[in-house]
Design a protein around this ligand. Sequence first.
Ligand code: SF4
Ligand code: SF4
Length: 139
Amino acid sequence: MILPLVKGLLLTLKRFLNPFTCVTESYPDARPRLAKRFRGLPELQIGEDGREKCVACGLCAKVCPSQCISIEGAEDEQFRRYPSMYELDSFRCIFCGFCEEACPERAILLGDVFELATDKNSGVLDKEKLLESARKRKL
Ligand code: SF4
Ligand code: SF4
């Protein structure tokens, strides 16, 4: 009965005496370390050819429980399908990851962006905005 208490006290003492143990994040001065499974804002991905991977199949929009994805598909001159319009309402997204799971092309992935404060007119993100992070990584 006394053993768990002693163990707890020893752990407290160890943390107390170790100056490098910091349980408080210094955010926003230092970005927090995010877990690998962290689910941030969905991002569209680009392929090796520098174009969006999305083929506008519409599966992500179908499975999205918040119905926050709108897509219009088109075909280019090589009959390749692409989204002529892709919009995601970030205010309605619940970061469930269903869109990522459903996508056959791995064209939409939940990234590590979590700073989403914005004004009421900027919540709907268009294709270029959703491709921004992927383009930056390619540079
Ligand atoms: S993470 Fe969930 S709520 Fe957000 S866009 Fe994807 S399916 Fe919709
Ligand atoms: S499921 Fe993937 S390929 Fe299909 S529309 Fe969504 S992002 Fe594009």
